[in-house]
Design a protein around this ligand. Sequence first.
Ligand code: COA
Length: 154
Amino acid sequence: MKIRRAKREDEEWFHLIYTSAYSGMERYAYRKDREIRRYFRWLFKRDRNGIYFALNENGSPIGVIACDSSWFSSYEHSNVGEIHELAVMKVYQKRGVGHKLISAGEEYLKARGLKKAELWVGEENIPAIRFYRSLGYVLKEKAWGEWLRMVKEL
Ligand SMILES: CC(C)(COP(=O)(O)OP(=O)(O)OC[C@H]1O[C@@H](n2cnc3c(N)ncnc32)[C@H](O)[C@@H]1OP(=O)(O)O)[C@@H](O)C(=O)NCCC(=O)NCCS
């Protein structure tokens, strides 16, 4: 499976992957098209080199990770590698795409000199919590209503 960096023109791919990944889990996602597009532009502005797509055998994007190598965590009182987004199209889930993307993201953050990765996950997003736990992410506090913070030493 190939991985490539995102380009500014990937807004449509991001939209497609994001809406598929979160179908049935809309409570933790942006729902409006314009919000999803704005979100991609925001991620791109935060760290254009930290966004990666996983590609299928035809070279089409099927999953995305968006990392941020210059995020200040007020919880860790330091800079961390923030994983803002990880999403895999429904039909491609449970085939190792998420693992591949998170490895690419963690490698990127390590190469940028970061020692810790941080992310937030919806408290009832049990498959994602299990997934992150199995990769060494540790549950921290609950905040912002229904969000759980998870951290991993890189
Ligand atoms: C969370 C998410 C990104 C995981 O992506 P994924 O591609 O399904 O992840 P993987 O396939 O690498 O791993 C998922 C599980 O499938 C298992 N798996 C991997 N390959 C497999 C295969 N060939 N056959 C069966 N199971 C497999 C993994 O062991 C893993 O199990 P675990 O979670 O118990 O450890 C995906 O489910 C998703 O997009 N969810 C919706 C969006 C979301 O919630 N994002 C996280 C926001 S914080």
